[in-house]
Design a binder for this molecule. Sequence first.
Ligand code: TRP
Length: 451
Amino acid sequence: MARGSWATRTGFILAAAGSAVGLGNIWGFPTRVGQGGGAAFVVVYLACIALICLPIMLGEIAIGRRSQLSPVRSFALLRPGTRWWLAGALGVLAGGGILSFYSVIAGWTVAYAWFSLTGSLAAEEQAAGEFFAAFTSNGAASVGLALLVLAATAAVLLGGVRGGIERVTKAMMPVLVVLLLLLAGRAATLPGAAEGLAYYLRPDLSRLLDASVFNAALGQAFFSLSLGMGTMLTYGSYLSRSTGIASAALGVVALDTAIALLAGFIIFPAGFSIAGFDPGTSGPGLIFAVLPQLFATLPGGGVFGTAFFVLLAIAALTSAISLMEVPVAHAIDTWGWSRPRAVLAVTCGVFLLAIPCALGNGAVPLLSSVPGVGMDFLTLMATAWNDFALPIGGFLTAVFVGWAWRVDRALEELMRDRAWFPAPGAWSFLIRWLCPAAIGVIIVWTFASFL
Ligand code: TRP
């Protein structure tokens, strides 16, 4: 059977950006900024993007485009007879693991779109937070919504690369950006907005060298750019040989970063306009508690709210698609399964893992009694995959490209047909030295602080 491919260069950029832009930008980024102490986190985040993540993204896409295969077989093809295929296998597992909690949160955005439409969202200061807590404590609803998200994801994947993924991810990005700009404009004019902007933009210099900030920023950067688990590798494997990789990757990174920053320009001014707001303690409920109150200040806020949560759900869907495509492509390439069979099997497996995520802490008393794991199952999954698996995957990718497959071969792929590639020397240095060293330090630090 012929392998799928993108119809156009723009199709690839939008699909990859659709993968990157998702809950990580609009839900995860402001949450982590809040936990990481504001602007210092933003500075470290941007440094991670430019110096670590962009080089790795180029490497991942180059591996995929060269091999035209999914992660496990890519690594095996480029370094036959070694154990490098295990790096691909980690990514395949991570895809399912991340999707298990991602589908739960995506389900919440679907519910919030419905609540906004029907006007049942509580918008009073206290009530919005309590509404979110009450809603998420209804485990059955969360399970049902996660199933809905997974079913929608599976339906798109059944359509394949061009007819499914590319077609669906194409139209929504401009609409999302326009809506975000409108909301940021409104948030900036709220009373208290200045305090929120200061929190977001004026870094506390003493935290710039804080290892925990670096750790959280790097994990967030990997997550937001869909790196470290073979998503970009797999999407790169559907890319035509005549497309320049560097310019496409730069477009994806710029779009993803701009949208994350924009989300902060909405949440923090809006949040600080609420009395007694503490960005550090809101956790996963941050956007669900703050945004309804912002919508309530707008004329026709219900329409805004509905549009916002619908777009967020779509952004989450295009990311979920890319998460599911990695194990699906693996089953097709490696085990020779048909696409429908692979999609069905992965959907069922992920749903089984999503159930404990949706049910929350109460359902997994075992885990909350383990010392150091006193967190609910969703947080446990998010921590295990984001803070451990993605940096490890990124580390392995950098070492693979820099030392095992080797930069000269990677550069051959990156500069094929004299494609634009501005600084091969700088890129080689970053991928061989800075990326492994910086990520290595973070991985050791993360393990040490966890134990
Ligand atoms: N990047 C997406 C977001 O920000 C989530 C995502 C999709 C992802 N594919 C991934 C994260 C692969 C890590 C790895 O919401």
